[in-house]
Design a protein around this ligand. Structure first.
Ligand code: HEM
Length: 374
């Protein structure tokens, strides 16, 4: 059963008073509607999540995925002789501090949640990472992650461990591997055992991961990449969006010496000396088929859902300490799409599963659960 910490069961949609039946009017400030049973005619509606099967089936599936991720963590730790760490994104390049600074001229449709009027700046911590659940050289094929934790965000949260944060997790592929968490977890198993190529070529539906897997080449720098949320999120209870971040200067180029297995950390430390600026955009769902919520492997074409700038992530000049204590502190943090207020509630099967899988991964890697950063 899903629960909302501190959120009442507020009604999410009301019929237009006295009007003929039509689409329900959704209160943007309310609690978003829960997922619906699968549509009988197979046609999805805008801003709507659908259970994969039934709610009970999903809950059983998610419990199984949580168990499986812990198994993979233990297996990776044993076979690679590394400490038990994140099920994915184990290697931190650095955690940097800065500000989320709202764009003054942002589209009125984007002014919800942390992008609402009233507080133009909030503190953030940004963790840059590699994708796999173990530490390996930065030249190995892999996805890259940028996780933004916005601090000082009031309002009810879906998870009890951090009372005032809003996280945005992104990787450098427009889509994740898999249309839903079932396919993603098959990938997770194949990835951990080094069978990705086999999965890629032999399992028909793994083609849904083709775009993500094609973007795993080594990168020049963490600060020249574009990052995407992959899954959909609410932006106010009445809209669905995807989030993307790219360098404020689209022409920014960096040419690091790749001879070190940790060249991305070194490059990030150098970039941080001069300050880093990433620009955050949202794409508003435009069409239930062309920009679907329940099939995360279909990219949202910017021609259909144009990216609207909402904020800058400003990381002022700072040192990236290379000592073990600072790396440990960065590793000990917990990011989750479910560190969220209702205005940014995660959507879609792939995101619903993450509520349980991230918690399981965090439990497994922490001797004692840690608190939030504030
Ligand atoms: C939908 C697109 C997805 C994106 C953009 C994404 C992105 C990320 C990022 C950036 C991190 C690192 C967070 C940090 O810095 O601590 C992360 C961690 C993780 N991801 Fe995902 N992810 C996605 C889907 C999934 C799915 C579907 C699963 C499994 C069902 C999954 C499992 C994990 C796990 C287990 C961790 C480590 C959690 C921890 O121990 O803190 N991810 N993900």
């Amino acid at each position: 059963m899903l629960f909302v910490v501190g959120c009442g069961a507020a009604p999410v949609a009301a019929e237009r008073a006295g009007a003929p039946p039509g689409p329900p009017v959704v209160d943007p400030e309310g609690e978003p509607a829960p997922p619906q049973p699968p549509p009988k005619d197979g046609r999805a509606a805008l801003n709507t999540e659908y259970f994969l099967g039934s709610e009970a089936e999903e809950q059983a599936q998610f419990a199984e995925f949580a168990r499986r991720i812990q198994e993979l963590q233990k297996e990776s730790s044993r076979s690679r002789e590394q400490p038990l760490q994140r099920g994915f994104h184990a290697k931190s390049h650095a955690c940097l501090r800065g500000l989320l600074h709202l764009e003054r001229a942002r589209d009125p449709r984007t002014r919800y949640g942390v992008f609402a009027d009233g507080q133009p700046e909030r503190a953030v911590i940004v963790r840059f990472s590699n994708g796999v659940g173990w530490k390996q050289s930065d030249v190995a094929l892999d996805a890259r992650g940028m996780a933004v934790k916005v601090l000082g965000v009031p309002g009810p949260k879906y998870l009890p461990d951090e009372p005032s944060t809003q996280d945005f997790l992104m990787t450098n592929s427009p889509t994740p591997v898999g249309r839903d968490a079932v396919e993603f977890m098959e990938f997770a198993r194949a990835n951990a055992s080094g069978r990705v190529a086999e999965l890629f070529f032999t399992v028909g539906h793994a083609s849904t991961g083709a775009l993500a897997l094609s973007r795993t080449n080594p990168v020049d720098s963490m600060v020249t990449e574009q990052y995407w949320s992959g899954g959909a999120y609410h932006l106010g209870a009445h809209q669905a969006v995807k989030v993307t971040a790219r360098p404020c200067d689209p022409a920014l180029a960096r040419h690091p010496d790749r001879s070190s297995p940790d060249y991305l950390r070194k490059d990030l430390a150098e970039a941080a000396h001069g300050g880093i600026c990433m620009r955050l955009f949202v794409q508003i769902q435009a069409d239930p088929e062309l920009t679907p919520i329940e099939n995360a492997s279909r990219p949202w074409d910017p021609a259909v859902a144009p990216p609207l700038p909402v904020a800058r992530v400003l990381l002022p000049p700072q040192e990236v300490p290379a000592d073990a204590a600072s790396t440990d502190a960065c590793d000990a943090m917990a990011f989750s799409p479910w560190h969220s207020i209702p205005a940014h509630k995660p959507m879609g099967h792939i995101n619903r599963a993450r509520r349980y899988v991230y918690a399981a991964s965090q439990d497994a890697r922490r001797a004692t659960p840690t608190r939030g950063p504030e």
